[in-house]
Design a protein around this ligand. Structure first.
Ligand code: PRX
Length: 678
């Protein structure tokens, strides 16, 4: 089979292809009867019927589902599609904060628990009430209304971007719902990103206000968030107002500074705020949020999602994929992602709350204070739906099955996986040791750009296969094609594209129409190009193989190799850098950096450490290279292009052992330099 290839993307780049290597997986797991019986979608026949309807008659399918939610004004048309621009529920007026909260209160469910939060310092043996919080829909309505009034009192108007840089505390959900309530799009920055990442994002979004916290907890240590904001604001004057939630409250002598006139304490503002703030009727196509994500070139791009379509799609995928039943008081949904990523936006907050189900938020790390923290949480809170990433599952495998065995996990009904391909070994371990061989696993393929699940099993209908994300969700018209857009036969690897718009499709990249057109709409004519390689097997199941562009997935976190390269070359000792992904036992993909130094700079172990920390400072700890390899020159084609495939092979082929300061000798590859890379 020839390798399909398009300009700028490279199917040969598939880092994780090896784990699925084209072999047909023979283990199959039919949906358990206990789940199918009460599931929203009960059988493959029902899936097929609904899928057909969703593709052939999207107006009917989506119109009926949207009607389950609250609208101030019903839409005039379900869809307007002028490639590549889609508008959904055109002319409709709604509010997502209203649908997450008020709709439940109106239905008499105000006393139902909406959010359960546990802080990392919480100790079940010595409980401190402030570290375990339960908010009912009534509580949420009060707190969100108050914070919405706080934002208004600070001058925030409809359409103005509010940046949130917070730990995983309930106030993060409160702040985002407050933004949605008044129609101020939020831009959430993951708390692991550094000061310079904050600066870039607030400048790009022209965001005049940041909501942050003094700090958060991670593995027993305080992450000083306010200090990172202060550092970022020394090099930009876009931000005029900072709101600080004092979470750590000086514990252990922890300090943070407040700048008069600019900084306000959350508690001071909330004390004065009214708890009545009607939700603003928003147009379906009004901007709901921006979320920055990495691409193959340039700085992270601000992906735009709008109100109506995103609301309906995340509501429905949450409902069907996790089979949520708001009428069941035992339902407890736990998505372990950070809200700073799209998974947290959609499947901790926006898709779950409209389903009238309690959502669990946990602030800390899975091994704090011990390796069984997650299993302890599941037991104590009787979690029913659990959604995590393969990288976490591989870490759990390493820590051993005795950890989950210490706990009663019998409340679990459905398990989910997201962020990167799940290797069949991890899938089987998850199935046996967490799911007790009875819980269906939904391996959900999707992206920041797609807003919600795209290819995924439905737990009551789909026969699952370890390593495959199985079938497209309703309305998703997926195809595997070659560079000319021709559909490929079963089992042939090619580019994953989507041929029709879906409600939560990105509406663009903030301020960069050209990049939007080029990245998603120019590789394969007439289709949304996802940037992933995949194949479909003889049963019609999809197998996502990984990125085919210069984006890598490190522990399920998306990074552009170019971002890491830019961070490296901003160090005074570095002349050139090339970054590639390499297989990593826990992270899935690790980061390998090949670096040439400026004349007179010595390739020492100290310098390696310094460069690693420099990348951490420029981007965040998640971007720190796993390997730095010094070289005299980078292997390049005659036209000067770095031969990445060669570097990938080198990075994945050999462990660097012994004297790691030795220069990489590419002279043996000299003859390759004369051959332009295929
Ligand atoms: O390569 C795919 C991988 O993650 C990319 C999207 O990353 P991001 O926008 O950060 O969103 C992650 C959470 C939705 C995709 O292009 N990916 C995500 N889920 C899966 C996956 N790869 C294989 N299987 C998955 N289930």
């Amino acid at each position: 089979m020839s390798q399909p290839q398009t300009k700028g993307v490279d199917l040969g780049a598939l880092g994780n292809a090896g784990m699925q290597s084209g072999l047909q997986e023979t283990r199959k797991f039919p949906p358990p009867a206990s789940i199918s019986k009460s599931a929203h979608v009960k059988s493959m026949a029902e899936y097929d019927r609904l899928y057909k309807e969703s593709i052939e008659n999207p107006d009917k399918f989506w119109g009926e589902r949207a009607g389950e939610l609250h609208w101030f004004k019903k839409w005039d048309r379900v869809l307007e599609w002028n490639l590549p621009d889609a508008k959904w529920f055109v002319g409709g007026k709604t509010n997502l904060s209203y649908n997450c909260i008020d709709r439940q209160v109106q239905a008499g469910l105000g006393d139902k628990v909406a959010i359960v939060w546990e802080g990392e310092p919480y100790d079940a043996a010595k409980p401190v009430a402030s570290e375990l919080v339960r908010l009912t829909y009534n509580d949420l309505l009060r707190e969100v209304s108050k914070f919405a009034n706080v934002l208004k009192s600070l001058g925030v108007k409809k359409g103005e971007v509010v940046t949130l840089y917070m730990p995983m505390i309930p106030e993060l959900a409160i702040a985002m719902l407050a933004c949605a309530r008044i129609g101020a799009p939020h831009s959430i920055i993951f708390g692991g990103f550094s000061a310079s990442a904050i600066k870039d994002r607030v400048e790009d979004a022209k965001s005049k206000i940041i909501v942050t916290a003094d700090g958060g907890y991670r593995r027993g240590k305080v992450v000083p968030l306010k200090a990172a904001v202060d550092e970022a604001l020394t090099s930009t004057d876009v931000v005029k107002t900072v709101v600080v939630y004092d979470r750590v409250k000086g514990v252990g002598g922890f300090k943070f500074a407040m700048k008069a006139g600019r900084d306000h304490l959350w508690s001071d503002l909330m004390a004065k705020a009214s708890d009545k703030c009607p939700a603003e009727p928003m147009d379906s196509e009004d901007l709901l949020f921006i979320l920055y994500t990495s691409g193959s070139t340039g700085k992270p791009k601000g992906i735009m999602h709008t109100t109506g379509g995103y609301m309906v799609y995340t509501y429905l995928t949450s409902r069907y994929v996790f089979d949520l039943h708001g009428e069941d008081p035992a339902e407890m949904h736990w998505c372990t992602a950070d809200i700073g990523w799209v998974t947290g936006h959609s499947y901790i907050v926006y898709g779950v709350l409209p389903n009238r189900v309690a959502t669990l938020m946990f602030e800390g790390a899975p091994n704090q204070p011990a390796n069984d923290r997650f299993w302890d949480i599941i037991q104590r809170h009787k979690v029913t739906k659990f959604y995590t990433a393969p990288t976490a599952i591989r870490a759990f495998m390493k820590w051993g099955e005795q950890e989950p065995k210490k706990h009663d996990l019998s409340s679990l009904k459905i398990l989910g996986s997201v962020g990167e391909p799940i290797n069949p070994e991890a899938w089987m371990w998850y199935h046996e040791h967490i799911g007790g061989k009875r819980c269906p696993i939904v391996d959900t393929w999707w992206q920041t750009e797609t807003g919600g699940h795209m290819i995924t099993p439905l737990p009551g209908a789909t026969t699952t296969v370890p390593g495959s994300c199985t079938r497209p969700f309703f309305g998703i018209d997926v195809s595997i094609v070659n560079k000319d857009g021709q559909e490929l036969p079963a089992n042939a690897g090619g580019f994953l594209v989507i041929k029709k718009p879906w409600p939560s499709i990105l509406r663009g990249i903030l301020g960069d129409r050209e990049r939007f057109l080029k990245t998603y709409w120019s590789e394969i004519k007439g289709c949304y190009f996802a940037g992933d390689g995949a194949r479909r097997d003889l049963d019609g199941n999809f197998w996502v193989m990984g990125r085919v562009d210069d984006v890598i997935n490190v522990s399920g976190h998306r990074l552009g190799t170019m971002e890491v390269e830019s961070a490296l070359v901003s160090h005074p000792s570095v002349a050139e850098a090339a970054v590639v992904g390499m297989p990593h036992e826990i992270k899935g993909t690790g980061i390998a950096a090949f670096v040439t130094l400026k004349t007179g700079k010595a390739p020492t172990e100290e310098l390696k450490k310094e460069l690693t920390n420099h990348v951490g400072h420029e981007i965040g700890a998640i971007a720190k290279p796993d390997q730095i390899r010094f070289t005299e020159a980078l292997p390049k084609t005659r036209s000067g292009k770095i031969m990445r495939r060669l570097l990938r092979e080198l990075a994945s082929g050999q462990e660097v052992k012994g004297d790691t300061t030795t220069l990489e000798d590419f002279s043996i590859l000299a003859k390759l330099r004369d051959t332009d890379e295929a």
